[in-house]
Design a binder for this molecule. Structure first.
Ligand code: XMP
Length: 507
């Protein structure tokens, strides 16, 4: 295992993902947490940070103390902190370095094994190490800085520093350096693979659960499906899944997802609660009111259904690692833009012990585990879909008629994306029904009907997103397809806003 001490850099999770990609397990903890040195821990990585090491409140750890126990790699701020603590000089340099830089290798050190003599790296720092501490050696330079990579000499555990960000995509050989650190310097075995994860997790689940019963809300999404499949492997029929039709799912989604669950062999009950949701949503136009209503009803329905399974003691959840990483808050608590609802409200109310087999996985790892478990790829590669479903894509009041209209338009759009091989190129797509009617003409007749907005974005994690530059021909095709076939819609527009300042969903 590798431990990553987080100093608040926006790239810390990328370090973790790069380590995991090398099939080595790692965890992120805030820099101020105590490091537990157990025998499985093989090395420590110090992350970057928005701070300068010379700030009065600069976050610190005792690098020497850590290094006495284990090999250490300092990245950017981590490198500067190390240099400063060992007596080097760190200051704002007059040559700031942001973006691409060409790294020149100075020695054949094991950290740079198999890395080219000149290699592109990504810089993002305004401070720079101006003088190395005594006993340190330079490994690489760039045109801008003399100490792009350096290490401490001597008999102790290796101590390496890089001022660039090896974890980002634009450091072309960064992953190689990280792998060198993990395997050749820390001696990690590369055994963090989906197959190993499944064997270990199923064993752990068996131990945790024994012959007790687990209940779980399924959504048709990747996380809940993979989590349920793992639990099912461990305890079989003692897992009861509940999948609620809240009336605002996509067209045919309820039936199709239930069928997939059946194929996987999961024990899932489909609950048709459409009418209840429509009744309670009637007259509600405020986005937050709609979200809260759906969240509340979902919990009610789930609790009602849960009663049918006597003696349930545990609640399964598809929580993944990004939801649980304790982040170092640099700018204070963030404001709530939208009260995202998913099944997150359940645990507090149900008073059940949690079972969260994906708690330490990143999303891409969840998909790989899912593939190894034999879950169909169309389910694994589905776009994210919000908990409140189409309710937040029908602006204004929700009626069953409007849901049907939007389901049909959305279905044609998504099918079109799939047929034109565009579905996997965008991160998320969907149609939005606007509360706007406009005049059109069909044949000799005047129409006065609704407008649908199409949205497609590219993104990595949904935090920021760009509108997808879908081909004009495709947009033309879909527009005709929807207007000709969905009665009640006579106008289609395409959303060309990025996030920020817009958001992905319209409500
Ligand atoms: P926004 O609209 O905030 O969306 O840019 C970012 C991502 O979150 C999804 N989303 C939600 N997911 N409950 C959810 O489970 C919600 O209330 C909710 N609102 C937005 C959205 O689909 C996108 O993937």
């Amino acid at each position: 295992k590798i431990l990553i001490l987080d100093f608040g850099s926006q790239y810390t999770q990328l370090i973790a993902r790069a380590v995991r990609e090398a099939n080595v397990y790692c965890e992120i903890i805030p820099y101020h947490k105590k490091v537990e040195f157990d025998p499985s821990l093989k090395g420590i990585i110090l992350s970057g940070s928005p701070f300068s090491v010379n700030d009065v409140n600069a976050p610190e750890v005792d690098v020497q103390a850590l290094n006495q126990q284990l090999p250490v790699l300092g990245v950017c701020y981590g490198a500067q902190l190390t240099a400063k603590q060992f007596g080097g000089q760190v200051a704002k340099s007059n040559k700031r370095e942001y973006g691409r830089a060409l790294m020149h290798k100075q020695t054949d050190d094991v950290l740079l094994k198999d890395v080219m003599e000149k290699s592109q790296v990504w810089m993002s720092h305004s401070d720079s190490v101006l003088q190395l501490p005594a006993g340190f050696n330079v490994l690489a330079t760039t045109d801008g800085i003399p100490f792009a990579a350096f290490k401490k000499n001597g008999e102790t555990n290796p101590l390496y520093c890089v001022q660039f960000h090896p974890e980002v995509y634009h450091s072309t050989e960064g992953k190689k350096m990280i792998k060198n650190f993990l395997v050749n310097i820390c001696g990690c075995k590369q055994d963090w693979t989906p197959a190993h994860f499944i064997t270990d997790t199923v064993n752990d689940l068996k131990k945790q659960i024994g012959d007790r019963k687990v209940i779980m809300a399924l959504s048709g999404g990747v996380d809940s499906t993979v989590a349920a499949t793992l639990i099912h492997r461990a305890i079989g029929k003692n897992l009861y899944g509940i999948f609620v039709d809240n009336g605002v799912l996509r067209k045919n989604e309820f039936e199709q997802v239930l069928e997939t669950y059946n194929t996987i062999g999961l024990n899932v009950k489909g609950v048709n609660a459409k009418q209840l949701f429509y009744d309670q949503l009637a007259g509600k136009t405020d986005p937050e009111a709609k979200r809260k209503t759906i969240g509340r009803l979902f919990i009610e329905v789930f609790q009602q259904e849960a009663k049918a399974f006597e003696g349930v003691e545990l609640l399964g959840q598809g929580t993944i690692y990004p939801d649980v990483i304790e982040s170092v808050s640099v700018h204070g608590p963030s404001v709530t833009i939208k009260s995202h609802h998913n099944v997150g409200g359940l645990p507090d109310i149900m008073h059940l012990e949690l079972v969260e087999p994906l708690r330490f996985l990143f999303k891409d790892e969840v998909r790989r585990v899912g593939a190894e478990l034999g879950i169909p790829s169309d389910l694994l590669n589905r776009h994210p879909f919000p908990g409140p479903g189409l309710a937040i894509r029908i602006l204004g009041e929700i009626t069953p008629d409007k849901v049907e209209l939007l389901q049909e338009a959305d279905h044609r759009y998504i099918q079109g994306l799939k047929e034109h091989k565009l579905y996997d190129q965008v991160w998320q797509a969907g149609a939005i029904l606007l509360p706007v009617k406009s005049v059109g003409v069909m044949g000799d007749e005047r129409t006065y009907e609704f407008t649908v907005a199409l949205r497609a974005v590219t993104s990595v994690d949904g935090m920021t997103a760009d509108w997808a530059h879908l081909p004009y021909e495709f947009l033309a095709h879909i527009s005709t397809d929807i207007i000709n076939n969905v009665r009640g819609i006579n106008r289609v527009v395409y959303d060309i806003s990025s996030k920020p300042p817009a958001t992905i969903e319209w409500e």
